[in-house]
Structures are given as C-alpha cells and as structure tokens.
Design a protein around this ligand. Sequence first.
Ligand SMILES: Cc1ncc(COP(=O)(O)O)c(C=O)c1O
Length: 408
Amino acid sequence: MSIFASRTDVLFSQLRGDGLWKQLQTIEGPMDAEVSMVVGGKPRKVLCFCSNNYLGLANHPEVIESGVRALKDYGAGTASVRFICGTFGPHWTLEATIARLMGTQASYSFVSAWTANEAVFPTFCEPGDIIISDELNHACIIDSIRLATTIKKGVHKAVYRNNVLEGEKSLRAALQAARANKDVTGQIWVVTDGVFSMEGSIADLPAMRRMCDEFDAMLVVDDSHGHGVMGRLGRGTHEHWGMVEGGSERGRVDLFTGTLGKALGGGAGGFVAGSQQAIDLLVQRGRPTLFSNALPVTIAASANTAIEIMLREPGRVQKLKDNVQYARTKLKAAGFDVLPSPTAICPIIVHDTAKAIAMSKRLLELGVFVIGFGYPVVPEGHARLRCQISAAHSTQHIDALVDALKRL
Ligand SMILES: Cc1ncc(COP(=O)(O)O)c(C=O)c1O
C-alpha cells in the first residue's frame, strides 16, 4: 500500500469513528424550496434550507431558457482561454451588467468566485505591499493571500479579529503596525467578506472605508453572500450601508469579488469588479485569466438573466427580507439563539461537530435538509447548523423548519 493510501485510511477511520464523515446527498431535479432527494435509492421530497439559492432564481424559466439558448447558439464553449480565442458576446454582456450592478467601471468573469479571489492578490500585489485580512474571511481569500505571499517574496500579511475595527488585534491596530513597518513600502490592502458566510454577520463597510482612507489603503470586499441579498435592490452589503449613490471614487469599495453560484442564478462562476485599470491588469497578468478557460457561455447568459430579473423585480429581494425576518422571529420564539442580522444566514450554534452532523441527519429524517458545519469549515468548538432562507420559501416552509428543529 502506498504511503498516501495508508495515511488516508487512518484519517478516514478517525473521521468515521468521531462521527465527522461527510455524506454527499443526491438531488434529482432542480434546486428549489422543496427538492427531490435520493434517500435509500428512492426520491423523497424534502424542504431545502441549506442552498444559497437566495432569490429562488436557480430554477426560473427565463434563467433556464437563456442558458439553453446560449448553449444552442454558441455550443459548449470555445475550448480556449479568453485571451486566445475564448471570449463570446455573452461574456461582455455579463461583465457590463455586473459592472452596472456593482457601480464600478468594469468587471471580469471567472469559472468560480474561488478562482476570482485567487486571481486578486497574486496579480495585484507587489513586494512591499501588505494584505490585512479579517480572521473569518472565506477560505479562498486566505488562499489568495497565501499564494501572493508565497510567490512574491516581500508581500506581507496581517490578520485582525472578526469585525473588530478599534482596539487590540483590530483593523486599526493592523493598519498602524503596517504604517510603522519599514518593509511596508507599497500598497496597503484591506480585505473582508461583506457577509460572513458562517456567521451571517456583516462588515461595517462605511467605517472600514473611512479607516482605509486614513491609511491610504485599498478596500476589497468579497460579497458572495451579500449580492442578491443585501440592500433594497440586492446590490450587496455596500448598498445596505448606503454606499451606492454618489460619492467620489474614494468613497466606495475599491474592488468587489462575488459569485454567480448563489443568488445570481446559482449555476457557477464568479467575478471581480473594480476600476478599468484593475480589470485590465487581470486580463494582462492574472494567471487564472491567462491559463484557464472562460466561464461556460450557457452560465454567462443565465447569470445575466438572473441579474436582470433581480433588478426588474425588487419584490423578490423584499420577499427574501420578509422571510428572513419571519424565520429569525420564529427561531427566537422557539428558544434558538440566532445571531441578530439582516442576512439570510441563520446559524444555530451547537459547538460539537459530531452533534451538528447528527442533528442534520435527524432533521433529514424529519423531511428538512439543513447542513451541520464543523471543523475545518468553522473553528473547533463552533460547530453549527446553518439555516439559509430563500425568497422561494413560503411561511409554511419556515414553520415546518422551526417545528422540525423543536422536535430535535
Ligand atoms: C464568501 C465566499 N467567497 C467565495 C466563495 C466561493 O464561491 P464559488 O462557489 O463561486 O467558488 C464562497 C462560497 O461558499 C463564499 O462563501
């Protein structure tokens, strides 16, 4: 047996023994409030409270139709990276739509938000720069920073406590330390999730912007769980904070990253949105842009339609907000401790990973699909059930979720 096979065997028996083994579930049919899950080889209807299909657009007839039309018109793809011969019209259309949505000069699409984030720091940072990151930022931001600091010697990094802007281990403390560090001679970058994916909490973007201005730092926001959810039109956490209209370029977020695989169609794909100069630099120098194929055109077209629907039907974002309010009130009334927040992520902390997984299994038996998260997705001791609310849910669906949780 190879070394790899024997050490992996050991890991697997540990995971199984500790009740930490992750079981992939099969869904037959589209993502919706109710999904058809294969249980014991047979399809069974269950209520889905763990998808990021926040606006219920993954199964929208127009979103499907746009994807099908693009597939018929353009085929499966160009079999090439963008700069060689890999750009179709729908890529430009989507990127113009995203730039309009984000209020930026330009945007560029990727096969995932993971790839988009991973392109950012290794492309934009140079020796002498420092990247200051919230401790709860998504794994792809962390990996992007690791990559940048590994491949470019002299790129520095610092981490501040989640959402702590002043005091010990705060963003301000990290900025002050950066300014005092004689090796930091270049750009200071501050990066945060807009909505923290495991907490459902949000970053205080106006305060962060002010602080970035004080220290001449660039502000980068990954709003994968905020786009389609936050603000009146679903433009994101910056819209929630009133940072969309007016203001000089410095009054805003410098660079957004986001996903098309959640509220904005749910297929896959991600993007970077920012100044024309930043996007041009990604096109000229980004390794994922130079060495990896384009977003499949069918997804570019369906994501574009999803954004158009979101903007023309603001009632959808409002329905999500109403559902979130309803769910949070009901969960609280039932005695569950959910963090107060306007986001669609309602985590119920149970601490122990094996317990979270066992609770998730029991919920499924009760016809409700909610995933239990533990280490390494969240820190040890912070395991949780993460309930995610969608505009596709009815109040009856939410009542059924709360009833099932109460039966646990
Ligand atoms: C904050 C954040 N950024 C990035 C990603 C990655 O998105 P994608 O699935 O498009 O790679 C996720 C997905 O969970 C996320 O929550």
